[in-house]
Design a protein around this ligand. Structure first.
Ligand code: HEC
Length: 152
């Protein structure tokens, strides 16, 4: 199931792929997707930091939702001509995503792996959760550093 994200990203490579939706809706979906990831991650990070008391059930639910998000078909969220060069001020997705889809997919693969680790760790106590949150957060940063602009 988690391989799907990668497979569907690969499908985004042809630059000839038509924009099935308006660019505006595409950006909303893409940014909404990352907002959902961030929301689930936020719940896990709050427990890891001790801001919120650890709760195995809640942590497992966040992890399960992250896994579900990894099964979305996101190729169309990365339709051609939706970079910040095409749509300045509206997106932080850098053109290098489309120029280096292999590299971008490597970052997505790392995210998938970290979500999988999280699925196994989240319900197993704070000592299991903490390193999994660290690994997961590292995969966000690694992709953002290279492929997301700092500002809109
Ligand atoms: C494979 C690359 C990649 C990974 C991994 C990744 N992101 Fe992102 N993220 C992006 C890109 C590209 C954007 C910019 C989207 C845009 O502006 O259209 C983004 C945008 C965001 C945004 C802003 C959305 C908005 O409303 O503008 C948040 C929040 C975010 N990511 C959180 C995360 C978190 C948390 C993780 C890790 C759990 C993560 N991302 C992992 C590539 C990635």
């Amino acid at each position: 199931m988690r391989k799907l994200l990668i497979a569907t990203l690969a499908a985004a490579v042809p630059a000839t792929m038509a924009l099935a939706q308006s660019a505006e809706n595409t950006l909303k979906a893409r940014q909404g997707f990352f907002q959902l990831i961030s929301f689930e991650m936020g719940g896990l990070a709050a427990m890891a930091k001790g801001d919120v008391e650890y709760d195995a059930e809640a942590a497992s639910a966040h992890a399960a939702d992250l896994s579900t998000l990894m099964s979305l078909h996101i190729a169309d969220y990365f339709a051609p001509e939706t970079s910040n060069a095409d749509l300045p001020g509206k997106t932080r997705a850098q053109p290098v995503i489309w120029e280096d889809m292999d590299g971008f997919m490597e970052k997505a693969t790392a995210l998938n792996a970290a979500v999988e680790t999280m699925a196994g760790a989240a319900g197993n106590g704070l000592d299991a959760l903490r390193p999994a949150v660290g690994q997961l957060g590292g995969t966000c940063k690694a992709c953002h550093d290279d492929y997301r602009a700092k500002s809109f």
